[in-house]
Design a protein around this ligand. Structure first.
Ligand SMILES: [Zn+2]
Length: 936
């Protein structure tokens, strides 16, 4: 028997219907399968066809290429007879629906063309050929599909053969059958086994034959028997590996199956005997309906547990994320306003959470229902949040309302970013959307500053005080920074990976490892550039630290920065050299190379962990020179309870001021009256973060292919530029701004940069784009656990999230660090300024220690703001995946995006916590350093 199959389009793309049906034709059944039409099939079943004619299908606006191509080959192929199955996949009607809708004259033309095609095809068919014409989906009023409305999921099936198919004529009313029923029917008609995972039911009408009713019923019974045995085997083996089918329903199905089979065997033995059993016909009919019942029940059980969404749970999750975001927002706004904030708004809700969980547990104890851990924890979270809002509402609502109105500008950008998650084309093009939003945010910031009159020279007496040129220069400085940012954004687009949704896209050449380069000269050149870049990075970090005096001490950490950093670079350079050398050119050295490829990365891992450990143990990079004679002379005692915390807080700023004074007088007058000179105290927090970020940067660069280190360089430069723009805006241009508060635009731009470099380090939120190679940097193909490769691949994927989240506290610290250079510049201009003021302006990060309460509050607020922006993006992704769960592109675009975004959220939150705790660790170290100084 021969087959012609016409139709079925997007089933291939949205995982409905067709693939399981077609898959088995091609799985070595020995049939000659000829295909013509949509070239998506080439990707699905490469080289599986006896003969094939593929035509480009991607352009939805193109109504004719595929159809005309098929029509050109269809009749000659049918007439040649060199086929068993012929699949002709027309696309014109579907594309016409998308382009014009169902009621357009073009659609009439297209349908007429299809009608003509069928009319003449029927004339070309032989007597033993069956023609199946099917659409794999319908369309809505607008001509689209992918949803679950009646009009979309229903399509026509037309079956034709020249010899009569139905014993008793075709049914009056067309029957509705599930699409999966095509699978067993076609398989059995072709004489190949039913596919293993089929849950469809044979279309019995096609197996009636042309004999009497009893023989027709017997034939139908045999195909049902085969079908039921196949489904039973599938359910048995499926339930062994997966637990998602309910046991009692499986038991029930098992009973249905075995009783039907038992009766089937009985009946068969009676029929084969000499005596025809009484009432054969009704017994056959009832047995058939028992098999039917079994098959339908089985399908219902499967679809119930497989295609199941939990809308209440989805909505609950969304509400939980949304209220957490709101909580972060409000807490970040509250932290500054209230002293009793911690108690009323954080502690009570912490208490309410367990209480809520306990209540739920009690309810469950009384109702004897199973307890779901997930449910309990979300219930606890919800109750504690309710408690928070309750307390907040009572205290702070009206006061904060006014502050909300000032946020329109940065929040508008965030809103656009979140809104873009709801469109598949925006998600696909996100690699270009994020840099655009970042550039817009910065440009808008400059525009807003100008609008507020911050960029122009102020009039009045202030002008004489500050001078004309100082403002001028700051504008140019700002514009230079913005230009640098735009250049970075532009350059970073050279490192993008492609998605298959954009066929004309070519992946960046920088993504491939150096080993794949044929041209030796280019390879060497790139290699040298990459190594020079690493060396340059070390040089830049070291000079930065030296500039702020953090490279003078002889502590282990400083020694590590001096000597360990170059060593790390050396190891990475060696690894790159070994990894990029061509395998065959080395001959005997091959074994040595195999060892070196593993040893060098491990050395880097080891060195970096030593560095991070040193950083944790003693993060102080301060060099103290003690030349004083007596300790008591520099501190004015506090008139209170001695040794108390307040005493301590009172004393520290004094020590620091005195140190600054004496250092200066020592430098200026050359006298030895000085007491203590401390280098690098003013940037001690940032120095620790910069060292940590550099080490992390080395590790992450090692996990990427060599030439992506250019992207990392851009990342560091862009982060640096962003910090400077933020600092300049905060200090120079808005002098009234609160130094302890990091504005929203800074946080949002920081996160936009993190997303931008996710793409610019060669990643995409799709599974084929994951850099699996990262799992084998420093390891042969022999991982014992799954944890280590997961960590390596995860670190590779979320590299930019990690770096930006750890570096987040810099947003708070940088303005303080840059204070010195500002005041120095002012000093050059006005040499006759009072010295006292000069001393105060040298405080830098020690200003933070002056008011420890505000410092910790500022850190908390910064963390909360970061979490809020992260959470808002996650919420948008979750909502998009929930609302668009029936979208055509859900498994291709929204679901992977949701997974990557939520993993990124987790990674970012953890790294943010690590960054903040590093700052707090430095704070502890500084405290103990001061107390030691005081004791001496
Ligand atoms: Zn379509």
């Amino acid at each position: 028997m021969q087959w012609v199959w016409c139709g079925g389009t997007h089933g291939l793309r949205d995982t409905r219907g067709a693939p399981p049906l077609i898959g088995f034709f091609l799985s070595g059944s020995g049939r000659r399968v000829v295909f013509m039409g949509d070239d998506t099939w080439e990707g699905l079943f490469p080289k599986k066809f006896f003969r094939s004619y593929f035509f480009p299908s991607f352009n939805v606006k193109d109504l004719h290429t595929v159809d005309d191509g098929i029509l050109q080959h269809l009749y000659p192929t049918v007439d040649s007879g060199e086929w068993d199955v012929l699949i002709a996949h027309f696309l014109g009607v579907d594309h016409c629906g998308h382009k014009h809708g169902p009621d357009h004259p073009e659609m009439a033309k297209k349908l007429t063309q299809m009608n003509e095609m069928l009319r003449s095809l029927v004339d070309h068919l032989g007597n033993d050929t069956l023609l199946l014409v099917a659409g794999d989906h319908g369309m809505t009023e607008t001509g689209d599909h992918g949803g679950d409305s009646e009009k979309e999921v229903n399509a026509a099936l037309f079956v034709y053969s020249r010899t009569p198919l139905f014993g008793s004529g075709p049914p009056e009313e067309p029957e509705t059958i599930p699409q999966v029923n095509l699978v067993p029917t076609v398989a059995l008609l072709l004489g190949v086994p039913i596919p293993y995972s089929n849950i469809g039911e044979v279309m019995a009408d096609m197996f009636a034959g042309d004999g009497d009713t009893v023989s027709a019923a017997l034939q139908q019974l045999s195909v049902y028997h085969i079908n039921a045995k196949q489904v039973d085997r599938f359910l048995q083996s499926y339930s062994l590996v997966a637990q998602d089918l309910p046991a009692e329903q499986l038991q029930h199905l098992q009973e249905l199956f075995s009783s039907a089979v038992e009766e089937h065997t009985q009946l068969l033995t009676q029929v084969q005997g000499t005596m025809v059993p009484p009432e054969l016909e009704p017994r056959l009919g009832s047995l058939i309906s028992r098999f039917q019942h079994y098959l339908r029940e089985a399908r219902a059980v499967c679809t119930q547990s497989w295609a199941r969404f939990h809308p209440p749970r989805m909505v609950g999750g969304c509400i939980l994320i949304a209220s957490s975001c709101l909580l972060c927002y409000m807490a970040s706004e509250l932290a500054m306003s209230s002293q009793s904030f911690c108690h009323s708004c954080l502690l009570y809700p912490l208490f309410w959470g367990p209480v809520g969980a306990a209540v739920l547990w009690l309810v469950h104890v009384f109702t004897q229902e199973g307890l779901d851990l997930l449910l309990v924890s979300s219930w606890a979270a919800a109750v504690s949040q309710l408690g928070f809002f309750w307390h907040w509402w009572g205290q702070h609502f009206k006061r904060r309302l006014r502050a909300w109105l000032g946020l329109a500008f940065p929040m508008g950008i965030l809103f656009f970013r979140c809104g873009a998650m709801f469109s598949d084309s925006f998600v696909v093009a996100e690699a270009r959307v994020t840099p655009f939003l970042l550039a817009s945010l910065v440009m808008l910031l400059v525009g807003k500053l100008h609008w507020d009159g911050r960029l122009t020279v102020p009039e009045g007496p202030k002008q004489q005080l500050l001078g004309f040129s100082s403002y001028r220069r700051e504008i140019w400085y700002l514009l230079c920074l913005v230009a640098m940012l735009l250049v970075c954004v532009r350059l970073s687009s050279f490192f993008h990976q492609c998605r298959e949704e954009i066929p004309q896209c070519r992946p960046s050449v920088f993504l491939s490892p150096l080993a794949s380069l044929r041209n030796t000269r280019a390879k060497n050149l790139f290699y040298l550039l990459c190594v020079a870049l690493l060396a340059g990075l070390v040089y830049a970090v070291q000079s930065w630290l030296r500039h702020y005096g953090n490279l003078n001490s002889s502590g282990p950490l400083v020694l590590f920065v001096r000597w360990g950093f170059p060593l790390v670079v050396l190891c990475i350079a060696c690894y790159w050299a070994v990894a990029s050398s061509a395998d065959d050119s080395l001959g005997k050295l091959q074994e040595l190379v195999q060892v070196a490829v593993v040893v060098f990365p491990r050395a880097v891992y080891g060195l970096a962990s030593v560095g991070l450990l040193l950083l944790l143990c003693n993060p102080m990079t301060v060099f103290a020179k003690d030349t004083r004679e007596s300790a008591g002379s520099i501190v004015t005692p506090y008139l209170g309870v001695p040794g108390s915390e307040v005493d301590f807080l009172h004393v520290i700023p004094q020590i620091y001021k005195r140190m600054q004074e004496s250092q200066k007088s020592w430098l200026e007058r050359g006298s030895c009256r000085a007491t203590i000179a401390a280098y690098g105290l003013g940037s001690v927090y940032s120095a620790a973060l910069v060292i940590a970020l550099t080490l992390l940067g080395f590790l992450l660069m090692l996990l990427h292919s060599e030439r992506l280190s250019f992207a990392f360089l851009l990342l560091f430069v862009e982060a640096f530029v962003l910090l400077h723009i933020h600092t300049l805006t905060l200090i120079a241009l808005i002098p009234v701004g609160e130094p302890f508060s990091v504005p929203w635009y800074a946080v949002i731009s920081w996160l936009l940069a993190a997303s931008q470099f996710f793409y610019s380090t060669g990643h995409q939120p799709i599974f084929p784009a994951i850099h699996w190679n990262a799992a084998f940097v420093g390891f042969h193909l022999d991982h014992n656990t799954n944890l280590l490769p997961a960590v390596l691949v995860g670190a590779n994927t979320f590299a930019s999230h990690i770096l930006f989240a750890v570096g987040c506290p810099l947003l708070l610290l940088w303005p303080f660090v840059c204070e010195m250079s500002n005041s120095q510049r002012k000093k050059l201009k006005k040499e006759s300024r009072e010295e006292l003021q000069e001393v105060e302006e040298h405080m830098m990060e020690m200003r933070l220690r002056e008011s420890p309460e505000e410092f910790s509050t500022a850190l908390l607020r910064l963390g909360l703001k970061y979490l809020f922006v992260l959470g808002a993006q996650l919420l948008a992704c979750v909502c998009a995946a929930m609302i668009l769960r029936r979208h055509l592109m859900v498994w291709k675009v929204f679901a992977p995006k949701f997974l990557f975004e939520s993993l990124g959220f987790v990674v970012s939150s953890i790294c943010l916590l690590l960054g903040i705790s590093l700052v707090m660790r430095v704070d502890c170290a500084v405290s103990s350093w001061f107390s030691q100084l005081q004791l001496r």
